[in-house]
Write a protein that binds this ligand. Structure first.
Ligand SMILES: O=C(O)CCC(=O)C(=O)O
Ligand SMILES: [Mn+2]
Length: 422
């Protein structure tokens, strides 16, 4: 990595080596997996799995400078790619990538992708290790070096959250929305797409050194170099295979047991979580927000507002309206009242005394005696049916009558027929 960067800086203009026409095709393209864009993988290569791993190259900062010390292997640490006339090719020869040959590829118009720069640069290692701690997920990186006027990769999406930082030169980026629902936040990277498959970009920008571009996994992207500038960028990747879906996909014999346990706990949670209290609070807020019910003329006439009580000659007349045990009653409206618990008390919260001006009145409620609770519940659930006072489930007839009178006075119930004075 150091070697390449170093040389690039020294030779900012085109190199004077004999150039091939177009991308280097003299090396046989290595056979690749179809989906080769998921290159931020934390998976081991087959070579590493076999134990013939690339020599561990994480070294102290001072040794980053050592030229030619790192064993950079094609296909493991570095890819040589091109995308010309809609054709994406990889030109990795077998074996070790030596600067001389890599620069020759670059001069021929190929892009150079370094797959794990953190293993070669302590600066990258440091940044990634800090991000890894902050994100709480694996963080990886690739660097991409692209010659002027070329493109090294076909449009594709990756399976990682991508933070593209432009390090040198410029790159023209086009970013596209996920095309289908099942490509939103995908679990795996895409194959290469043709230009016809991807639609119109939602972002078309040129990044310059120091610029940062973020796109979530699933967003199709392609980057190309303008004729006047090369590009070097690093893509920092995070949250690869880190979703709940990935957790559920883990195959482990203990998974079923674990899932059963989680389900059991989730059910128990409903018992312990103060869901009822939360719903009560929400409902009380709503009852306070409500307009008072607007009664029809008949409803008015059969409610406290139409009761015959009046004042004459210094005396209240017809106060004792006759609610009898056979009087049929119902709430004035569904939703005009709700039983809510408040510590040890049960309150009836109601809307009938609300103002037509928002929150002009305080929330209205009153305490319901234990002997009345079931009866209020029945009234609420019976709406729109009328029920007789006698059918209220209170132990004593007096309790039935006192509840009916209380609710009538508050304007919460009305009778099937207007009441008359005794
Ligand atoms: O630079 C390019 O051509 C593509 C880079 C890319 O796909 C990436 O950074 O994820
Ligand atoms: Mn990509």
């Amino acid at each position: 990595m150091r070697t390449i960067l170093h040389k690039l800086r020294l030779s900012a203009g085109p190199r004077r080596r004999k150039r091939r026409n177009g991308p280097a095709v003299s090396h046989p393209a290595k056979k690749r997996k179809k989906n080769e864009n998921g290159v931020h993988s934390n998976k081991k290569t087959n070579k590493q799995k076999r134990g013939k791993a690339v020599k561990s190259s994480v070294k102290p900062r001072s040794s980053d400078k050592g030229q030619g010390e790192e064993n950079v292997q094609y296909g493991v640490n570095l890819d040589v790619t091109s995308y010309t006339n809609g054709k994406r090719e990889t030109h990795n020869p077998p074996g070790r990538a030596l600067p001389y040959a890599v620069w020759d590829f670059y001069e021929s118009g190929c892009s150079i992708r370094m797959l794990n720069p953190q293993a070669f640069s302590s600066a990258v290692w440091q940044v990634l290790s800090i991000l890894q701690e902050k994100f709480g997920s694996m963080v990886g990186a690739n660097t991409y070096l692209t010659p002027p006027g070329t493109q090294g990769f076909a449009p594709h999406y990756d399976d990682i959250e991508a933070f593209v930082v432009q390090l040198e030169g410029k790159k023209h980026w086009r970013v596209y929305r996920p095309r289908f629902e099942d490509e939103v936040l995908p679990l795996v990277s895409s194959p290469n797409f043709s230009q016809a498959e991807i639609g119109q970009p939602i972002m078309d920008v040129v990044l310059e050194a120091g610029d940062l571009l973020y796109f979530p996994r699933g967003f199709i992207h392609q980057g190309d170099c303008l004729p006047d500038a090369h590009s070097l960028h690093i893509t920092v990747s995070s949250y690869q295979r880190n979703s709940w879906g990935d957790l559920l996909l883990k195959e482990d014999p203990r998974r079923d047991k674990f899932m059963a346990h989680v389900q059991g706990l989730t059910k128990k949670l409903a018992h312990f979580a103060p869901i009822d209290a939360a719903v009560d609070q929400k409902a009380r807020d709503f009852l306070h927000d409500c307009l008072p019910p607007m009664l029809t003329a008949e409803e008015q006439a059969s409610s406290v507002y139409g009761a015959p009580a009046r004042w004459r000659d210094g005396e209240a007349l017809d106060v004792a309206v006759q609610i009898k045990s056979q009087t049929q009653i119902r709430l004035v409206r569904a939703g005009a009242a709700r039983l809510c618990t408040d510590g040890d008390n049960v309150l009836l919260c109601y809307t009938t005394e609300n103002s037509r001006v928002y929150h002009k009145e305080q929330p209205k409620s009153f305490k319901i005696q234990a002997e009345h609770i079931d009866a209020v519940e029945l009234l609420i659930h019976s709406y729109p049916r009328f029920i007789t006072v006698a059918s209220l489930p209170c132990d004593k007839a007096a309790a039935k009558a006192s509840l009916a009178e209380l609710l009538f006075e508050k304007g919460l119930i009305h009778t099937a027929k207007p009441l008359t004075a005794e």
